[in-house]
Design a protein around this ligand. Sequence first.
Ligand code: PEP
Length: 250
Amino acid sequence: MRQPLVAGNWKMNGSRASVAELLDGIKAGLDEVKVAEVAVCPPFVFVPEAQARLQGTAVAWGGQDLSVHESGAYTGEIAGSMLADYGCRYVIVGHSERRSYHHETDALVAEKFAAARKAGLVPIFCVGETLEERESNVTEAVVGRQVDAVIAHCGVEMLGEGVIAYEPVWAIGTGKTATPEQAQEVHAFIRRRVEEASPAVAAKVRILYGGSMKPENAAELMSKEDIDGGLIGGASLKAADFLAICKAAN
Ligand code: PEP
């Protein structure tokens, strides 16, 4: 039985004041979240605030990216050990915004996955196709290639120590959600792909859906066999919406 995970990706949003309010709002509504594990991934500078307010609660926190390097002359980068030092459990790797705006390749994402594990963090590893790729019927080829890159670099056992997030790029921040059937189809494909390398890892690895998940569509998406929770962007910035999605996993 895979425990659902609902993780908020706050992206580059918030201020000290709004972050404090959001964290307190999430904490205040946790009692009704019975099933899902909950996590938030704030911008780096707000990670200490997340730690201060969430320590001792059921909510985990994490980073949105990390460096492949452990330390040194890498201006602007953040090492996995630094995130771990602030109590992070998770770190997002390979988000489509990193892949497209920062030209992160499958190989670099795989290195980041390994760097996260080395620092003791649980990577939330994002995969997903663009609209053009979906319309050209290469969704499985693209997602399969992205998954294979991590298996090749890290091994399937290490992949199983992380969480996979299927995020169709065309559904991120656009208000267009994949239908539960469309999402389930790709989730099942991902699980079969992992199964080819290890049936045991395939059975246990959590595969989240991300892309305009909101309170109105969360329960139906998460009711699908291979959808084990959500990675939530926009809707994670409002405590009530985020909590409603967490509760949808009940
Ligand atoms: C995301 O960026 O991970 C995401 C799922 O965003 P949104 O929910 O806003 O589509």
